[in-house]
Design a protein around this ligand. Sequence first.
Ligand SMILES: NC(=O)c1ccc[n+]([C@@H]2O[C@H](COP(=O)([O-])OP(=O)(O)OC[C@H]3O[C@@H](n4cnc5c(N)ncnc54)[C@H](O)[C@@H]3O)[C@@H](O)[C@H]2O)c1
Ligand SMILES: [Zn+2]
Length: 435
Amino acid sequence: MTRTASTALTTPTHPETVFTYGAPALKYGAGSSDEIGFDLSQYDVRRALVVTDPGVAATGHPQRVADQMAQFGIEARVFDGSHVEPTDDSLREAIEFARETGPWDAYVAVGGGSAIDTAKAVNLLATNPGELMDYINVPVGKGAAPVNALRPLVAVPTTTGTGSESTTICVLDVLSLKVKTGISHPRLRPTLAVVDPLLTLTQPPGVTAASGMDILCHALESYTARPFDSYERKEAAQRVPYCGANPIADMWAEKSMSLLATSFRRAVAHGEDADARGDMALAATFAGMGFGNAGVHIPHACAYPIAGRVKDFRPDGYPADEPMVPHGMAVSLTAPEAFRFTFDAAPERHVRAAELLDPSLDRSGDPRDLLPGVLTALMRDIGIPNGIGAVGYDEGDVDDLVDGALKQQRLLATAPREVTADDAAEILRASLSLW
Ligand SMILES: NC(=O)c1ccc[n+]([C@@H]2O[C@H](COP(=O)([O-])OP(=O)(O)OC[C@H]3O[C@@H](n4cnc5c(N)ncnc54)[C@H](O)[C@@H]3O)[C@@H](O)[C@H]2O)c1
Ligand SMILES: [Zn+2]
């Protein structure tokens, strides 16, 4: 059949010409969390459930947010049972609490990615039929799409990291399978992100360091992701939230890296520095707006098994009752080697990123070493462990970790190069000890 111009535009093999951008409404700044009662009253909310975790509850912020809703006639209750890094069990518990105490007109998540992701799952299952596994990404779950609209969700981050306040994702551990996976759908995106840097001042240094590496990897991975126009053209119904690197996501990633260059080390060493905290909060939001549309790739794919198969590592600043490799730490440990591997796909982007992160960068030597060098110098300075060996893995674990990383095909589809099992093994082996 001869192809006409009009069929050429709709044929699925035609290169992609379209990218998408989604983001929630945003309120940023010191004191912005004092206005949530008013904000909710704009959505005719009468009853709101505040979702948090025990560590954040201890700062008093969630209760303060709940208390100021009363002036607007809103009945609020705090659920402080989110698990730090949610599991299927912890999400089921939170969903059950919401279903028993509901119906709720709106949800307000006050906390890091753990509390925000818990609120996303609660909102999904309190407004839609079925159970958690129905909505979890395939192949772990059924990957069903919600049939009903969700209630308004206001996300109030207290860490400077995940960007979950602007993304369509909820990340969880499925305990019986020892696998980290997620739920991903545009309806999960919070209605309003309220980013109040004052709430982040109490983050312990270990949390600031790990969650800050999450920001950095979001920015770097989306910046170096496979470009949106290198994919085959999708039909309207096939579009996914992660569409590859594109000019809008690039802009957020670059700005995020510049803020990190100025303020990351300072925020870890001097947690009381309000300017550094403000920059980190902006950096997290910017990176979230970028990667939430472009996607992330190899470091995040490797992080899932690194966190999911943890042995006995207990990081400073996190609850000591269970071993864990926090998300941001897990992501950062393979980043230097992953970006060495992706260098050839877009050399100028890797060099540009290194320059943004270190404006006084010495550009002599092999350009492949620039970004890995900037990353390892930063990681040493802020107390990130020296590679996956330092969190308990050895050569004998590499095959198992490769297996887990390759299961993250949704993420690896955004990598700028194809990643074979041998490539992943090489990256993980070189990441056993970084310096
Ligand atoms: N949905 C997304 O888009 C997305 C993106 C990246 C990561 N994640 C997920 O988010 C989770 C990690 O979230 P996180 O890094 O924000 O940390 P977190 O929510 O797990 O919190 C880490 C620790 O810091 C404490 N804490 C948080 N804020 C505090 C504050 N202001 N003062 C004192 N203590 C505070 C918490 O109580 C907890 O013990 C992981 O489950 C990860 O997989 C989600
Ligand atoms: Zn992340």
